[in-house]
Design a protein around this ligand. Structure first.
Ligand SMILES: [Zn+2]
Length: 597
């Protein structure tokens, strides 16, 4: 086997900067055109919309439906599509994750995270928006209130941040004033940009802000604003809500960014936070179907067949291995089915490349297969299930380089090399019969303190023989930054299935940390950790993951490092063609990164 580099790990990504230009052009006009416009464009007034199919000949426009001629026609279509959207969402049960960072101003006046909150659940809108919590909370909205505002008894959105995927559950032209702003591309999608304000005298809070409507089927693909009027005891946050084209003609919520910088919630208390909400796992049935392509089902019958060639019962040693494999496969399969684990894909191979580099240089030949998988959640964690190494999306996002990835993987590989046991109770299938929301309680891959220490020691040994041995300074910087942030970001660092990476008192792989150079936040050439959300891209329909293709941009100031922080979303919107119903993956591009250099 050859040594290969997973080179793309060296790429630093800053999602927001890539789209800085687009953002500037939006924000500069977002308020001026809607305020000071005393209901100037009532819906009944037909305002001409520029003919859609003429000014960008590069777009493929051959099969466009008839173009709506006036704003009024457009709005009829938008309202119709929005009702169709609501009907569709009642049958959808995506995972919904919100990660919130409470901010404070540091000595230089910059906003830095001071606390955080985490929620993971599954959206259920069959009877109005509702969510089922995975993290043991009664409901995110209320809980956040309790934590965020301390003694202040306040109520935010009745169902938390997931509400922000809905513009208006009863969207009607008669409730709003609309005014056409301009046309604009979001990614490759040409959109009509329309300002929306509730008319006077609305009894219930309604959306107020701006919508982006794609000009082919007139689906809303983005809306940015808040709900108004603000009720007396509740608070509505500002939000920027994005939908992606997941099936031909179907746009579903994928990202919501929310931010408040000076929201008064009491006599002296004001809210200052930013929050990311992500949705995925729309196609859980499809995930089951896709399993025939995964390594699980390809590999395991093979390893069993090897033993059965002799047409004899398994020896005790083989039986024990098969038993452990059964527990491992049950757990992996379950995690994937409920939408916590990405299906096997190209990104797993990149992770395995790094693990193989460690194995080869240490002359280790693992008996049986080893595989890597990606947990789809934001908190930084990694753990092993038998011979499966699992690393979370959030962890992959923030790791600054390949050496720090190797450090994380070496610890997990050490568990495998040292043959630390998987609790085989999961080999009994009845133990997998539990409600999805109990997953974090029922599936527990925590190790003892003794196993953790042994794995750290073994991992150091593995790293010292590896090509990463000279680059561990960067990895140590990552651990330093992590340890520094741990008291402020406990929910980012608290694992749900495995062992913690760091706490205020201790950090995993302390030997690497001890050898690290001094951390200097001011230095632009020292990147100890990346922001969340920049590296791994999740397909919210299929749960497939890939490395983001966005190119890194030079940082303008140290503030742009945003280590472990969340940022707004600016996804590059694309449209699925009608022939793309069997879209399998977004994985082809990353395979080139595993080629030898
Ligand atoms: Zn461990």
């Amino acid at each position: 086997m050859r040594m290969v580099r997973a080179g793309s790990w060296l790429v630093l990504l800053l999602l927001i900067s890539v789209f800085a230009a687009a953002q500037d052009s939006l924000s500069s006009s977002s308020t001026s055109s809607s305020e000071g416009q005393p209901a100037a464009a009532p819906a009944a007034t037909p305002a001409p919309v520029p003919a859609a199919a003429t000014d960008t000949p590069s777009q493929s426009t051959q099969s466009l439906p008839p173009v709506a001629a006036t704003l009024n026609d457009v709005l009829d279509r938008v309202v119709q599509r929005e009702h169709y959207f609501m009907a569709q969402m009642r049958h959808m049960h995506p995972m919904v994750e919100t990660y919130l960072q409470d901010l404070k101003n540091d000595s230089s006046g910059a906003a830095v995270p001071s606390k955080d909150q985490y929620f993971l659940g599954r959206l259920d809108m069959s009877d109005g928006p509702e969510d089922t919590s995975f993290t043991g909370q009664p409901g995110f909205g209320r809980r956040v209130v309790a934590r965020l505002t301390g003694v202040y008894s306040l109520h935010f959105l009745p169902m938390g941040f997931a509400q922000m995927v809905i513009l208006d559950s009863d969207f009607q032209k008669k409730y709003y004033n609309f005014s056409f702003v301009r046309r604009e591309f979001l990614g490759e999608i040409r959109c009509l940009v329309i300002d929306v304000q509730p008319r006077e005298g609305q009894k219930v809070p309604r959306f107020m802000g701006r919508i982006w409507v794609e000009d082919q089927d007139y689906n809303i693909v983005r809306f940015n604003g808040t709900y108004a009027p603000q009720p007396k005891i509740n608070f509505f946050f500002h939000f920027d809500s994005w939908r992606l084209n997941m099936r031909p003609g179907t746009w579903l919520p994928a990202y919501v960014y929310s931010e408040e910088s000076n929201m008064k919630t009491g006599l002296s208390k004001s809210l200052h936070f930013k929050a990311q909400t992500r949705l995925w796992g729309y196609d859980l049935k499809g995930l089951n179907k896709n399993e025939e392509f995964t390594q699980i089902l390809v590999d395991s019958p093979q390893s069993v067949r090897d033993q059965s060639d002799a047409a004899a019962d398994a020896t005790p040693v083989v039986a024990e291995r098969m038993w452990e494999k059964q527990a491992e496969d049950n757990a992996v399969e379950r995690l994937q089915k409920i939408g916590l684990l990405a299906p096997a894909g190209e990104l797993d191979k990149i992770l395995c490349t790094v693990v193989n580099n460690l194995l080869i240089t240490n002359n280790i030949d693992l008996q049986g297969d080893m595989r890597c998988r990606v947990l789809l959640t934001s908190p930084l964690e990694s753990f092993t299930i038998g011979h499966t190494i699992v690393v979370s999306r959030g962890m992959l996002d923030v790791l600054p380089d390949e050496a720090s990835l190797a450090m994380v993987l070496s610890h997990e590989l050490a568990h495998i090399v040292l043959a630390h046991r998987l609790d085989t109770k999961l080999a009994f299938n009845d133990r997998m019969f539990f409600p999805d929301e109990d997953s974090f309680q029922r599936l527990d891959f925590k190790r003892s303190a003794a196993d953790e220490e042994a794995a750290d020691n073994k991992a150091m040994e593995l790293l010292k023989n590896s090509p990463y041995r000279d680059k561990l300074g960067e990895a140590g910087l990552f651990l330093k930054a992590l340890q520094e942030k741990a008291p402020d970001l406990p929910n980012l660092i608290r694992p749900h299935l495995g062992n913690g990476l760091a706490s205020a008192k201790s950090v995993r792989m302390a030997a690497v940390l001890a050898a690290a150079p001094a951390l200097d936040e001011k230095r632009l050439d020292q990147i100890a950790a990346l922001p969340l959300g920049g590296r791994v891209k999740v397909d919210p329909w299929s749960d497939q993951v890939e490395l983001s293709k966005a190119k890194s941009v030079p940082l303008a100031s140290a503030r742009e490092k945003m280590e472990f922080e969340i940022t707004p979303f600016f996804p590059y919107l694309t449209r699925l063609s009608m022939g793309a119903t069997d879209k399998v993956a977004l994985t082809s591009s990353s395979s080139s990164t595993t080629q030898p250099k």
